[in-house]
Design a protein around this ligand. Sequence first.
Ligand code: TUI
Length: 307
Amino acid sequence: METKITKLLGIKYPIIQGGMAWVAEYHLAAAVSNAGGLGIIGAASAPAEVVREQIRKTKELTDKPFGVNVMLMNPNAEEVAKVVIEEGVKVVTTGAGNPGKFMEAWKAAGVKVIPVVASVAMAKMMEKAGADAVVAEGTESGGHIGSATTMTLVPQVVDAVNIPVIAAGGIADGRGFAAAMMLGAEAVQMGTRFVVAKESIVHANYKEKVIKAKDIDSVITGTSTGHPVRQIRNQMTKEYLKLEKEGASLEELEYLTLGALRKAVIDGDVVNGTLMAGQIAGLISKEMTCQEMIEEIMAQAKVLLNK
Ligand code: TUI
């Protein structure tokens, strides 16, 4: 299926992988790219040299295009931005902030820049700053989220900008893919579905929580801190939400979540760890390879879209 995004990025299918912290490492990124989508290494809070190593390892596993997600709340974002250029990465997505100060250097190096936005205003600002496309990410997503739903955000962003729009948040099958196309998107970004990919290094306990999750099993923590995060409800979120209700300080809340994502992804601690996942987790029922997932989604979508 050819769209403005497959042409822009030189990929077979208009499916992009989310830049998930700890989850989006080189095995997953290479598997998504080898399956015809765009794999993404999530730099998250990693030091720049770790990101460089991840880029090199991805190149060993695939000769297809792949990207790096620069998480802008990372204190190392500036060095990561440089490493991306030095290593010749062709595509960057950004999250959790405004990438404006890095745009000039990336554009000069020929990097395609695709900021993730959660509002029309940010989408317009990114177009003006020279973005090649934007990901319009709805509140159904896992991790750090905005407040608009995918259904409302995507068509409004599509109408507001002239660059291609990639839909994200709540998409995990061919129906979601087709719906996103109907809203005017040129591709989709998926995160939660790829958490349970066979190639994903996420601990089996975490994968099981995603597979067993029902439609309303996610909660939003961190609203009081200004950094809302969607994750699957567990002991940690219960304690966190109780503390938030009691007006706990930022320090107390941060103490509870310190290293909690690593605990969940690497150690499989699903009681005290942060189980970031989107609302679509309820639809995801089994572990499959990236290739199986992508082929299944595209086959379903082609029927629905008469392509
Ligand atoms: O970034 C994401 N998802 C993420 S980042 C992350 S790591 C983290 N963990 C805890 C707290 C904060 C971060 C986990 N999941 N998605 C893209 C996204 N970007 N969602 C919302 C935004 C966003 C928010 C504000 C984009 C721009 C923005 O602009 C604010 C500004 O600087 O004006």
